[in-house]
Design a protein around this ligand. Sequence first.
Ligand SMILES: NC(=O)c1ccc[n+]([C@@H]2O[C@H](COP(=O)([O-])OP(=O)(O)OC[C@H]3O[C@@H](n4cnc5c(N)ncnc54)[C@H](OP(=O)(O)O)[C@@H]3O)[C@@H](O)[C@H]2O)c1
Length: 291
Amino acid sequence: MHLTILVTGATGTVGREVVKQLSMYNGDIRVRAGVHSVIKGENLTRLPGVEIVEMDFEDKDSLQAAFTHVDKLFLITPFAKGQVHMAKTLVDEAKENGVKHIVKLSAMGADAEPPIMLGSWHREIEKYIEDSGIAYTFLRPASFMQNFVNYSASTIKSEGKVYLPTGDGKIGYIDVRDIAAVGVEVLTGEGHEGKIYELTGPEAISNGEAAQVLSEVTGKQVEFVDVPSDAARQAMIAQGAPDWMADAMIELYDVYKAGNSNQVFDSVQAVIDRKPHTFKQFAQDYKECFE
Ligand SMILES: NC(=O)c1ccc[n+]([C@@H]2O[C@H](COP(=O)([O-])OP(=O)(O)OC[C@H]3O[C@@H](n4cnc5c(N)ncnc54)[C@H](OP(=O)(O)O)[C@@H]3O)[C@@H](O)[C@H]2O)c1
């Protein structure tokens, strides 16, 4: 009997990689990629064993087709104000449709005390899943290495600078390819129900050290600029971020700056039996994004 796995947020940074790696899995699975926009998801249909289905987390009626005959759910919701409500709607739909296992993309520090806004949202969703009675696994990654591609590549390319309000704080950056590999093992392997995996890379590095690695790999000078928090907040607002988003990001950056995201865990090695990518390996593999 084949297994049908629904991946939500399938065109996003993590979802796309999870779908790609599931499509390469050597077993009887069907991958349903839940996309917000069919046009954005079109290239996913070229992957073997992958079908796409349109879904809008804010429209319950759009979810029925996506959840039909689904056995397992890889749950990704976006960094949006309605994230908790969206996730709860998806969990309700999973329950109504007899989904047997939810693997949730959460975040490191979801249960930290005192909580920060982003962490508390993830913990609220985790608790809702725990109370649903559906088997679950929570993946709690640290900050993604791919954030450098998504948010800093343009200033690295144009000015040779990475602007972040994080001081010397070290961060256990993780490559999303490792998050996805853990996700695939959790979805297809055994013994992961009820587990919480804190996911980091093999080392914690400051953004100054990250810039140094990017300099070495690209062969051009990349400098880290430690922006004061107020200026960083103003810059985000000027670029169109709503107040709540700028506040949530500054709160998170303050955690990094204080060195409170500097832990390194061996969960990637424990689950997939190989070491996670180093920042240097990531920089080499994504080199052209920064040149
Ligand atoms: N970035 C980090 O360092 C980090 C670290 C730890 C945890 N996280 C967590 O990771 C999650 C985000 O993952 P990601 O970075 O892979 O996401 P992402 O790249 O921002 O992608 C979000 C996905 O959700 C889709 N989406 C947005 N609104 C939707 C809606 N209303 N209905 C259906 N689909 C919708 C988007 O599609 P469209 O683009 O077409 O709208 C996209 O496919 C968040 O929960 C965040 O807290 C992030």
